[in-house]
Design a protein around this ligand. Structure first.
Ligand SMILES: [Zn+2]
Length: 130
């Protein structure tokens, strides 16, 4: 997944669009989700130039747990996204948690709001049988 930040030249609002591949981005004609204008400026920001992402899908449960313990909600969100993309059965709460983490919501907060959906506190069974 590749995320790009844009600012709409018509209504001045800022938003992020996500594309599965660079080819999708090239083919897309991005438009403002607020007013529909296609007069956009691409913002080069943290989202676009973040460090090369890790391949979470090949991580062991222990490695995944250490990502949790790092408390870096974006890293956890990214991990969730990769794992979840291969496991559609994870469900809506999981998807919601993923989106919130990627937005930078704290891990504690997401965990509290969504109860046991993340499975973080269930000991060795972290819910990721990769
Ligand atoms: Zn707009």
């Amino acid at each position: 997944m590749h995320s790009y930040d844009f600012r709409c030249k018509a209504c001045r609002r800022r938003f992020t669009l996500t594309f599965k591949t660079y080819a999708d981005y090239d083919a897309a004609q991005p438009a403002c989700p607020h007013c529909g204008s296609s007069e956009l400026s691409r913002l080069i920001g943290r989202v676009a130039i973040k460090a090369p992402s890790r391949d979470y899908s090949s991580m062991s449960s222990d490695e995944m747990l250490s990502v949790f313990e790092s408390g870096d909600s974006r890293a956890v969100g990214e991990m969730f996204q990769q794992v979840g993309a291969e496991s559609p059965e994870m469900g809506a709460e999981y998807q919601e948690a993923t989106q919130r983490l990627l937005r930078g919501d704290s891990l504690d907060k997401v965990e509290r709001d969504l109860g046991g959906a993340l499975g973080v506190d269930s000991g060795s069974d972290a819910g990721f049988d990769a």
